[in-house]
Structures are given as C-alpha cells and as structure tokens.
Design a protein around this ligand. Structure first.
Ligand SMILES: Cc1cc2nc3c(=O)[nH]c(=O)nc-3n(C[C@H](O)[C@H](O)[C@H](O)COP(=O)(O)OP(=O)(O)OC[C@H]3O[C@@H](n4cnc5c(N)ncnc54)[C@H](O)[C@@H]3O)c2cc1C
Ligand code: SF4
Ligand code: SF4
Length: 1013
C-alpha cells in the first residue's frame, strides 16, 4: 500500500473521499459515522480497532467496486461475516465490508453430488435448515453456528465438535471464487482444474512448499487441530487427516484459514454430508478432572463422532443459569468434577447403542462403573449440546473486571498428553495468581481454557504482563508435547506473533512470500498472519490500562436503576465475587453491566427464541443487542464524543429496542438491554423533555379510568378516518393502526362483588386453608378487556380460592409500566411503591399475587427490584406470578379442583416476550392441558412487534408489522380454524390487526371450558 491505514484514519479528507465515492458508485450502505465505526471496532476478542469506514454491499458488484475504490485511495480492506472471531482478526484500520446483511444467498444445492454453493454471508444454521429436507448437512458444527457465516468460517478454518469425524473447514471446502486485490476474480479449486493466474499462484505456493519441505516435516504440528499460518502443508500433508480424498492439492485450501489476508471470498463450494439417522449420547461423570483428561485416548478407539469436556466450574455456572439449569441436571450423577459428552452416530441404531454399551463397559474397566448417563432421546441430546455450545459464553458471564481471556484457549496436543498438559497448565495459571475454566474438544486434544485476567490493570499484576508470561509458558508446553499453538480460532492479533515461533523463520518467510505474491499491495487485512502486532500491545485493547495512550475510563454518573449487582470485583484465583456495590464503578454498576457484552454475536441468531427482534427485521448491527451494548460502552467511556450517552445518535440506537427482554434470558452473559433502555431513557428524557405522546402513554393509568366515561367519543378515533389521520399528524399514532377500544364499563365499575372478598377474609382464608390469592388487575385488562379479569376471578373462585383485589380510593393500582417505557422514572417508582405497599400485607403472609398481563405482573419480579424499593419489593416479587403459573403450581400441588369440558379445537399459543424471558410460558401450556382433549401448539415466534406502545407509533408501524410477519402471523393464518391463546394485550391486538383473528387470554379459555367433563 502506498499509504498506511493509520494515515487513512487520521486523514479526514481521504475518509470523506472514500465515503463519497462509495456513496456515488455503489448501491451499498456507507457507514462512516463514529457510532458505526465503533460498532465495527470489535469482534469477540479483547481488542478494539476503529475501522476507516464500514460498507455494507447489496450485491457482488458493490464489493468489486468498493475493493477498487479502496485500492485507488490506498485504504486496506477487511471482509467481515458475523464478527465472532476471538483473536482480533476481524478488526483493523481498514474499510470493513460486512457481507452478512445482503450477501447471504444459498446459490445452489446439488443433492446428487452432495454439494452446495453459497455466498460468504450465509449463516451455518440457515444453510443447514435448507439442507435438512435433502437429508444433508454441512458438518463443520462450530458452537457459533447460529451466527457464524460460511465466509468467516472459511476465513478462520473453523472446526466443530465433530471434527474427529468430519475434519475442519479445510477438509470440507471444494472451491472458492474470490477477488484478488487488483480486482480479478479467480476460481481457487483442485490443482488439475486451474489455469492462468490461479495456476501460477498454485505453482508459486508449491515452490515455497518445496523449498521448505524439510522444515515443514520437522516443525509442522502433526495434529488435526492446527489452524495457524497458511495451509502450506496442502503440498505435503502433515494433518492427521488428508485434505482431499485422493491427497491431491486443492488451491482453495490455501485461502481457508488465511483470515481474509489473501483474497476476498465471493462464493464457496462446499462438500455436504448425509445427516446421520441415529445419535446416542453417553455422558461420563468423573470424580476428578484428571481422570476426565486421561479417558479420551481410550474413548476415541470406540469410534465416537464427538467427545466433549465440560468441567465443574462450567457445570456450576450452568446450574446457576435458569436457561441451562434443568438441562445440565439431566447429565449429572452426583457432583462430578467433570463430564465428557460422548456421541455415537450413524445410520444403524443398533450399532450406535452397541457402542454406547462398549463405553459403559470401558468406563467400568477404567474403574468408573455406573458413571455413564445414557441419553437416547434426540431432544434431550440437543438441549445438552446447546449448553455445551454456550460453554464459553457461560464462562464469560463472570461479573467483575477479571474475565476469562482468549489467547492460549485452543492449543491442541496429542491425546496421550492431554492429562499431563492440563495439569502443567493449571500450575502455570496458579503461578500467575489465576485459574482457568476448561471445556474441550477432548476427541481432538483441543482444550479451551481461559485464565481469568484483568486487562485494565498494569504492572506485574496486570493483564498484559500475565498474558505474555502465561503465553510463553504455554508455548513451552505445546512444544514439549508436539502440539499446535493455534488449534481452532485462528491467529488474529493474539496469536499472530506466535506464527514464527511455531513454524520457524523459513516457513514464516514462505508465508510472507505467498502473501506478497497474491496480494502484492497488501490490501487485504494487513497486520494479520504477516507482520502482526504484539499480542500485548495495550493500545489495541478494548479496555486499555492506565499506561496505554488512551486509558479506559467511564464517565461518572448516578444511575436511576440499581445496578449494584454488577458493581463487584472477582478474585482471579478463587473466582469469588465481592459484595454488590463494591466494584468501584463510577456509574454504580451500569457500565460494568454494559461491558458484560463480549461480542460473541449470539444475538444475531434468527431462527429460535426471541432475541433480537429489531435485528431480525433490520439485519443492522446498530439494531442488535451487541450493537447497542457497544454503543453504550463507547459512549459511557467518552469514545463517541461529549454527552454521547444522551445524544440523538444514542436515541436512534436504542429506539428500535422493543424492550422484549429476550436478551435478558437468552444473551449468555445476561446483557439486559430492556433495563438499559430504561436507564438511558430516564437520562435522555430528563434532558430532552417529554413529548405529548410520551405524556399520553405514560400517564394512561392515571387518566384511563376517568377517560373511559367518554368511551363513545374516544372511540371515534377509529371510526372517523380524519381522526386517525389527525392522531398521526399531531401525536404520531399510526393512522393504519386501530387503538384499543374504550369501554365505560371497566372492571372496577362492573366487578362482581360476589367474586371478591375483603382483605381480612382473604388473609384469614390464606392462613386457614392456603387457598387464597390476590388478583392484581392492571390498567389494560381493567379498562379495555375487563372480561379477562372477570374470567380469571370466576375460574379461581370456582376452584375454591378466596380472592381479593386491592384498590385505592382515587383509582386503581398500577405497576408503573407505561412510565418506565417513557422514561418517567420518578412516577414509575411512585406507582410501584404504592402497589407494593398494597400487596405487601398479603405477600408477607405467603399469599400469591396473581396477575394477567405479563408485562405488568412481571415488572414486580424485574424492574421493581431495581427501583430502590427495599426488602418489601423482594417479598412481593417472591409471591408475584401470572395466572398460568399460579394454576400450574396449584395443580401440581393437588390443590386446584376444577373440572373442564372437553375441547376439540386446535389451540395455538403465542407467548408474550416477557413470559418467555421469565420462563412463564410453559405453565400456560400445562394449564391448557388440564382441559380434556386440549393439545396446545406453541408458535415459534419472537416478539409480535407491538411491544407496548412501539407498534402504535406511526414511525414504527412498518417495522412492527414486519416483526409480526416473521413467524407469528403466518402461523396464525396457516391454521384458520384454531383457537389462539395469547396472554399479552398488545399481542392480541397485533394478531387481530394483522390477521383479523381474535386471540384469547388463557383465563377466558379456562372460563369457557369450565363445567363437568
Ligand atoms: C462463544 C464462541 C464460540 C466459538 N466456537 C467456535 C467453535 O466451536 N469452532 C470454531 O472454529 N470457532 C469458534 N468460534 C470462533 C468463531 O465463531 C468462528 O471462527 C466463526 O466461524 C467465525 O465466523 P464469522 O462469520 O463470525 O467470521 P468473522 O469473525 O466475521 O471473520 C472471520 C475471518 O474471516 C475473514 N472473512 C470473513 N468473510 C470473508 C470473506 N468474504 N472473504 C475473505 N475473508 C473473510 C475475516 O476477515 C476474518 O479474518 C467461537 C467464537 C465464540 C465467540
Ligand atoms: S449482547 Fe449478549 S448475545 Fe449479544 S454479543 Fe453481547 S454478549 Fe453476545
Ligand atoms: S430487549 Fe429485545 S429488542 Fe431490545 S435488545 Fe434485547 S432482544 Fe433486542
């Protein structure tokens, strides 16, 4: 390059020129604002480098054009997929080109030949979903399969849990078509098919391999898991597994693992495999870690498809995580020090089971009879694999500044040395005052271990110092045991400088020659593989210590919510976490909560769960949980300029977060963006003031009861087109959206006195029989759909419960949800305090507080605990439950006596996001199953798109409908005769608006079916 990228970043005129030309000459998205640069400055490593600019191409022509413009202006180019790399290879001072949004088409599937051609931005899980109907799969099953792209997987030579059977990416890529830095498109394919320039490249590389032949044989790690440097051994295979069936050379394999430094991948041709018809899983429980590490060398002889290690620390972290607790329990016998997940797969079920029996016998021979949990059920196996796949993220959920750091996390050693290696490495960690958490692809000797280091500190106790010292000691062990220092995740920044150490100067010079030959102007991803920076250059850290040029510091402010649980320190040796509030965070723990995002990109998944609906419809990094967390972190640490935290840019970044709380339960490190949005809004609105719409929405609980007396007048809004139009023009409510129908006969005006008892009667009944409950009637069910509250009351009364519903003289009680959503924190706290005061006498005597609207009731279990309301809030939270949860619990305890009539209808159930986030949805299914004949089917839906007031707003209407159309509305339309159950008020509204179908609260379904069977 004529100009290095530092100059490019520092040269505003050049950046402007680059942006202007991209804008003019392509159809892609040109993102050069500071926020966008910041969102692309990190991958899942400990590093951070701001790019020169970000470009999101819409088509292949955009990519070639962008490469050409960058070349002409002397700006490096860095291709990006999901950005989930752990070593820093996906960041740099370059024009970052994100393939994931548009270049994500599966071009061809050929079931006969068992091949597929894909664009680089295709995500593995989505490819496999397309292959499943053909009985095929792409078998390189990385843990990040829900977000990793095939372009990135090839870039890193990724490997999956089943690599012992299927090999790494390099074993499964048949061809890559890629652009060189001069813009020429080449097909990298089997040597025999190459012509012209591709053939010249192959000959050049072959010459380099020949010249280094002796060194290659001497120094090249002879293990399957070796991904460091370029794959020069394609000319003289050193891997345990041949790269091609006939051991011939395929030039595509030189690009695999090159981390985007040689060429820019346009398309990949992949070798597919048949899906095995049977899988069984044996989970071996070990009393000591050492035994778990000694066993794989024997187990692999049984021919398993995978052998994966989970250690005690991770077992404990999983047991503490509500999302994983039940699943991990299914694998345990007592309290093992570690478990190995041993999978046998194939087309012959009997053979797979026979292998499992051999495993049982083997473990008995090894002195561990009765140590194997035999799992044959596919769903249970899948659930356990999900926990294993979430392993790193589970480890990363450690609170405090010390974090498990990736740099020696994937060294691979021959199996016979595994136990000795782990023991020696444990001693290294201890020497440096830390410990590591282990999980491993034990079948192939790759050990994922990350010592806990605090990268924000300097000196001999600091992260950078210890990182180098531990790396050196580990490298010594890897050499001793003839292993590979870089075994799975690539070199990037943290292992780039170790390439020369591993391969020696001659092979390293050959790597350099290959780079210079293929990319002579050094356009692609400079500083990776060739000329890497020091791994411990603290100027490149995401959290630079005090000695770095720009120390990481957060700006002080007083949070409105209680974040003290994150404001802690952890002991790197013992893993102990200090008391809440003792972490020294000047934002009271808010910044530390934000910093929990480690950029693993799990929020980019789109096929399962809820997280993250705004990304699912926009596919924008900005509208992703990770994008928001990064923007908050950069703003709180002053990296986006003054007052960035309360800026319009920040507002734009938070705006499409629908507060579904999907991330709260699905983000493996527990990033709770909905709560962060509450915090942000409180500060932002405090500065900007409240709009008329904010006031109308926020204060709804205050005026709704009074306003309902004028229901006919208010309902004209949906009857007169001009009124809807006016409400959009003046207040921003979407004219295309109907509003909830006002009724003068609210719950509080129609309530059947026979249904409810006094407070005293309820307390007495609770004490006498335990069959008492408080029904908390929220604003929405109370005003707009009182039939739900009445139905719930009738069902509970019929089942023999004494019921009370608290009220106050001046109106009804409210949880403050609408105030939280609009940033009116003081009002929210006041409302919640009043409600808690009214509920406390009951809750403190063990009486359940039963609610109907998920977002309202669950506020008692969530935000209420962060509003500084003291112990009373905890007491009430412990008793607060949704109707479904209450009935399911009572029924399990044998206390719910009510008969239901048989039902013949199909029943579809859509869960409210908050129900899912608090595991309150399966009780609803359980309760529906109390009705004879009921077979509820859960719709696999994310957010319905309404999300409180979000979908009512004109500027969000289209997006809201897109969210609903992702899966909910198609599922509803697909079963026109089914009954639909949805407990969320807004969900029901969306279903009606989008499909014309009326959904019911579960209370109404139960009421409808009451009566003798
Ligand atoms: C929690 C966690 C678990 C992980 N588990 C595994 C695992 O089991 N196995 C494993 O192998 N890895 C694992 N990884 C690492 C990472 O997820 C994988 O390497 C993944 O395949 C990277 O895919 P990506 O789309 O995110 O690539 P990116 O990070 O976006 O890119 C990876 C590299 O490929 C290059 N690249 C991307 N697109 C192109 C293109 N079109 N042309 C040229 N170069 C390109 C990039 O420049 C970069 O150097 C894990 C990471 C995390 C955070
Ligand atoms: S928000 Fe959570 S899921 Fe998303 S990248 Fe960050 S840690 Fe991963
Ligand atoms: S609360 Fe929902 S919309 Fe907001 S970031 Fe989390 S998953 Fe995304």
């Amino acid at each position: 390059m004529t100009r290095d990228s530092r100059k490019a970043l520092a040269d505003p005129a050049l950046r402007q020129q680059l942006a202007a030309r991209l804008d003019r000459e392509t159809e892609g998205e040109v993102l050069f604002d500071l926020g966008s640069l910041g969102r692309y400055a990190t991958d899942a490593s400990i590093y951070q480098i701001f790019p020169v600019g970000v470009f999101v191409p819409r088509n292949e022509l955009d990519v070639v054009t962008a490469i050409g413009i960058a070349r002409e202006l002397g700006v490096p180019v860095l291709a990006r997929g999901g950005g989930t790399s752990q070593c820093g290879q996906t960041i740099g001072e370059a024009l970052v080109i994100d393939n994931s949004k548009y270049l994500n088409q599966v071009i061809d599937i050929d079931p006969e030949r068992g091949t597929a051609v894909v664009e680089p931005g295709v995500v593995l899980d989505q490819l496999n979903a397309r292959l499943r109907p053909h009985g095929l799969c792409f078998p390189v099953d990385v843990s990040t399969s829900a977000q990793a792209t095939l372009g990135g997987m090839a870039g890193n030579n990724s490997c999956g849990s089943r690599s012992i059977t299927y090999g790494n990416m390099v074993h499964n890529v048949l061809a890559i078509s890629a652009w060189l830095s001069d813009g020429e498109l080449l097909e990298f394919a089997p040597r025999g098919k190459l012509e012209g320039r591709a053939a010249q490249i192959a000959d050049f590389a072959a010459g380099q391999a020949r010249a280094c032949a002796k060194e290659i044989e001497l120094r090249w790690p002879k293990v399957l898991r070796r991904v460091g440097g370029y794959n020069l051994d394609i000319y003289n295979n050193q891997s345990e597994r041949p790269y091609t069936e006939d051991d011939s050379v395929n030039l595509a394999h030189l690009l695999v693992g090159s981390e985007g430094t040689l060429a820019y991948t346009r398309r990949l041709t992949l070798q597919l495999k048949a899906l095995p018809r049977f899988k069984v899983l044996g989970i071996v429980n070990f009393p000591t870690f050492q035994q778990a590490m000694s066993a794989p060398q024997h187990i692999v002889k049984l021919g398993p498809t995978a052998v994966e290690l989970v250690d005690r620390v991770m077992i404990d972290l999983s047991l503490n995580n509500p999302a994983f607790r039940d699943t991990i329990r299914t694998a345990l016998i007592g309290e093992p020090a570690a478990i190995l997940l041993v999978e046998f797969a194939g087309d012959d079920g009997a053979q797979a089971l026979a292998r499992m029996q051999e495993l049982v016998e083997l473990m008995a021979d090894l002195g561990l009879p009765g140590s194997v949990v035999e799992m044959q059920d596919g769903r249970s196996q899948q659930n356990l694999w999900e926990v294993r796949k979430a392993g790193l993220n589970i480890m990363m959920s450690l609170r405090g500044d010390g974090k498990p750091v990736s740099f020696v996390e994937d060294c691979a050693v021959p199996l016979q040395h595994l136990a000795e290696y782990t023991e020696a490495l444990t001693q290294v960690f201890e020497k440096f005052g830390t410990h590591g958490t282990w999980y491993a692809h034990a079948s192939v000797g790759t050990l994922h271990v990350r010592p806990i280091l605090d990268m924000r500190t300097d000196g001999p106790e600091g992260g950078a110092y210890k990182m180098r010292a531990i790396a050196q000691a580990t490298a010594g062990l890897v050499r001793k045991f003839k292993g590979a220092y870089s075994g799975e995740h690539g070199d990037g920044i943290c292992r780039g400088e170790w390439i020369q150490w591993q391969f020696g100067p001659q092979i390293n010079a050959a790597f350099r020659a290959i780079k210079n030959y293929i990319d002579p102007i050094g356009l692609f991803n400079p500083g990776k593989i060739i000329d890497p920076p020091r791994m411990d250059d603290s100027a490149l850290f995401r959290f630079p210590p005090p000695s770095a040029p720009h120390r990481y510091q957060t700006l002080a402010f007083k949070p409105v919510l209680d974040w003290s649980a994150w404001n802690v320190r952890n002991n790197p040796l013992s893993g102990e976490v200090s008391a809440p509030g003792t972490g020294g965070d000047v934002t009271g723990g808010f910044a530390k909560a934000v910093e929990m995002c480690n950029n693993n990109g799990h929020c980019r998944k789109i096929d399962s769960g809820t997280m993250c609906p705004s990304y699912r419809v926009t596919r924008d990094e900005r509208h992703l949980t990770r994008g928001r967390a990064n923007t908050l972190r950069l703003a709180l640490s002053g990296q986006l300029g003054a007052d960035a935290f309360v800026s319009e840019e920040m507002h734009g970044t938070m705006e499409l977060c629908v507060s579904c709380k999907g991330c709260r339960s699905e983000c493996p490190t527990g990033v709770d963006m909905a709560a962060m949005k509450v915090e942000f809004l409180a500060h932002y609105k405090n500065l900007q003031g409240f709009s008329m719409r904010d006031r109308l929405i926020g204060h709804l609980p205050d005026y709704a009861a009074g306003a309902s007396r004028f229901s006919s007048l208010l309902n004209l809004r949906d009857r007169l087109p001009s009124a809807a139009w006016l409400s959009e023009k003046l207040l921003g409510f979407a004219a295309r959206r109907t509003l909830p129908v006002w009724r003068s006969r609210t719950f509080w005006r129609t309530s059947d006195e026979q249904l409810f008892a006094s407070a005293d009667q309820t307390l007495q009944a609770g004490a006498a029989s335990g069959k008492a409950a408080v029904l908390f009637v929220d604003t929405f069910n109370g005003i707009f759909e009182s039939e739900n509250a009445l139905a719930a009351a009738r069902v509970l009364r019929a089942a023999g419960y004494t019921l009370h519903t608290p009220r106050k003289e001046s109106g009804h009680l409210c949880c403050g949800r609408t105030y939280l959503g609009t940033g009116m924190l003081d009002r929210a706290r006041a409302k919640m305090a009043e409600l808690i005061g009214a509920l406390l006498p009951f809750a403190s005597r063990g009486i359940a507080i039963v609610g109907l609207e998920p977002s309202c009731l669950l506020t008692l279990r969530d935000e209420a605990l962060r509003l500084h309301l003291g112990a009373a809030a905890e007491v009430v939270a412990a008793r607060a439950c949704l109707l479904g949860e209450f009935i399911a619990r009572e029924s399990q305890a044998g206390r719910f006596d009510l008969e239901f009539r048989e039902i013949h209808d199909r029943i579809l159930v859509h869960g409210h996001c908050h129900q899912k986030a608090f595991a309150a949805l399966s009780p609803v299914l359980e309760v529906i199953r109390l009705i004879p004949g009921a077979k509820p089917e859960l719709i696999n839906s994310s957010c319905c798109g309404m999300a409180g007031s979000f979908g009512y707003e004109a500027k969000h209407f289209d997006l809201s409908m897109k969210m609903a159309e992702l899966s909910l509305l198609p599922a509803v339309r697909a079963k026109p005769d089914a009954l639909i159950v949805a407990d969320g008020t807004s969900c029901r509204h969306q279903i009606h608006g989008g499909s014309g179908r009326r959904a019911l609260h579960v209370a109404r379904l139960l009421e409808q079916q009451m009566g003798p069977a």
